[in-house]
Design a protein around this ligand. Structure first.
Ligand code: KIV
Ligand code: ZN
Length: 520
């Protein structure tokens, strides 16, 4: 067993559920957030930033529920620099075995203009808010937002104030993805040298990927003394996203010879969490994405394949199994039993409970009846097909028949179960998907705008499953639905219905909380 000293241990702080979810369109349901947090905890993430409790009732409830279930990870809630935000965060995270409050304020000149605080005013605010947080919780993280564009003297003054007021971690965000590796390292070094009390706290790095340098900037900060890296799965996040967890963790592992730092991450769970986050957020992973992309371990060209056959290390710097990728193989057919399915899913990183397995088995059999060859990717799509597990959903697709032809318009005949009532309609449209979506809109009128419709084939062949993502927008909120089926139009209808169910749930939750407020 390798012994790790505090000096070479790098803490992994995952903010998929806060900064990641903030990216437009990546809204996740309560259940989905819990599922992701549970897996992050299991894979050894040190700190999970579970949300922004003041942002909404839903955010608060999710952070609280994650705090209640987390076994090992520190659970953190974000708060702006005011007492109400901080109290709300504490209310949510105090249920955790190891709670943390994270509070921040924009320190750069541009941000000081927005808050209308001069330097002295801002220092006073930092002192008051961090002191308040520290009186509630003994684990406090403070962040000067836009640190990389803040004057160095002022940055040192704010960091010193936060440390004196009781902050235990100081996070240095490159909020707009502006810095570069050497500068990122110099900034951490400068703070460690100049700030009084710096040796008592942990410096953290939080990078955005606007110039594609987030991972490099984070690693440079580590080499300069940062011992916490903030990141998200698949690099999910606003604009070009955040530092990708899988990149930092695998870089530290593969190049441990030149970056001798350890994380506590079980890397064999990387593919599983990557797939889960992609499915839940509706943000597919780009094919050539480092570590988790579909092509990250594919060797197409003849010369590469030849080299690989002779010695895998010729073109492979990490093994697929190190990140939990089982080699793609023809898995099973319609004669395969439940035990074989359970064992195959376990190999792919999915441990299902008996009821879940029962449901997936029924859908696997249905798929195997329609599709000759069922591959690993088909099974993964089946597991991630959140739209097919909704027997309790308010809206359910009962029947769909589409008539296509060269001399359109195309027609869709559809039945939806809406609450207690089954409704049927005929609709036309410019193509089968348009006709299907028109039928849904007629059966369940709503004001949401279709923002994104995306289809991708799960495997090759004309009988391949299609995974469809649908993104709806209403009143500034985004609802993402996803589904897979060998019939693209059916997958489209189910994905649309899935997004509408999320919208319905959100509206219902908002109505309930308005009711609670008027009753109190
Ligand atoms: O990018 C940023 O500055 C942030 C802070 C709130 C930490 O996400
Ligand atoms: Zn950020």
């Amino acid at each position: 067993m390798t012994m790790t000293s505090e000096q070479d241990r790098v803490l992994i702080f995952d903010t998929t559920l806060r900064d990641g979810e903030q990216s437009p369109g990546a809204t996740m349901s309560h259940k989905e957030k819990l599922e992701i947090a549970t897996l992050l905890d299991e894979m050894g993430v040190d700190i999970i930033e579970a949300g922004f409790p003041i942002a909404s009732e839903g955010d608060f409830e999710a952070v609280k529920a994650i705090a209640q279930v987390a076994k090992n990870a520190v659970i953190c809630g974000l708060s702006r620099a005011n007492l109400t935000d901080i109290d709300r965060s504490w209310e949510a995270v105090k249920h955790a075995r190891r709670p943390r409050i994270h509070t921040f304020i924009g320190t750069s000149p541009l941000h000081r203009d927005i808050t209308a605080l001069d330097q002295d005013g801002m220092v006073e605010r930092i002192h008051a808010t961090v002191t308040h947080a520290r009186n509630l919780c003994d684990n406090i993280q403070w962040s000067p937002m836009d640190a990389t564009r803040t004057e160095h003297d002022f940055l040192c003054r704010t960091v010193e104030t936060a440390i004196k007021a009781g902050a235990t971690t100081i996070n240095i965000p490159d909020t707009v993805g502006y810095t570069a590796p050497r500068e990122s390292a110099d900034l951490i070094r400068m703070l460690r040298e100049r700030v009084q009390g710096a040796e008592e706290i942990i410096f953290s790095t939080h990078c955005h990927n606007d110039l594609g340098m987030a991972t490099a900037n984070s690693l440079a900060a580590v080499e300069a003394g940062a011992r916490q890296v903030e990141c998200t799965i698949n690099g999910l996040g606003e604009r070009a996203g955040n530092t990708a967890l899988e990149e930092v963790v695998m870089a530290l592992r593969v190049r441990n010879d030149i970056m001798p730092y350890q994380t506590g991450i079980d890397t064999t769970k990387i593919m599983q969490i990557s797939r889960l986050v992609a499915a839940v957020s509706g943000f597919p992973v780009q094919y050539n994405k480092a570590v988790v992309g579909k092509n990250a371990f594919a060797h197409e060209s003849g010369i590469h394949q030849d080299g690989m056959l002779k010695n895998k290390e010729t073109f492979e710097i990490m093994r697929p199994e190190d990140v939990g990728l089982a080699s793609t193989s023809l898995v099973m057919g319609k004669h395969s039993g439940r035990a074989a399915l359970r064992s195959k899913l376990s190999e792919l990183g999915f441990e299902l409970g008996d009821n879940q397995l029962k449901d997936v088995f029924v859908r696997f059999k249905a798929l195997a009846d329609r599709k000759k060859e069922v591959y690993d990717d088909d099974l993964i799509a089946l597991i991630q097909d959140t739209a097919s597990t909704g027997e309790d959903d308010h809206i359910q697709l009962r029947r769909l028949r589409v008539v296509c032809g060269t001399d359109g318009p195309q027609e869709a005949e559809m039945s939806l179960q809406i609450g207690e009532t089954e409704k049927t309609i005929d609709a036309t449209g410019d193509g089968p998907v348009d006709a299907t979506f028109n039928a849904i809109k007629m059966l369940y009128p709503h004001g949401a705008k279709l923002e994104l419709y995306q289809v991708h084939a799960v495997t090759e062949g004309t009988d391949a499953q299609a995974t469809v993502s649908v993104r709806l927008e209403q009143d500034g909120r985004v609802y993402t639905g996803q589904s897979s089926d060998t019939d693209t139009v059916v997958a489209s209808a189910k994905a649309y219905v899935n997004a509408l169910n999320k919208l319905y749930l959100h509206r219902n939750r908002a109505d309930n909380s308005a009711l609670m407020q008027s009753a109190s």
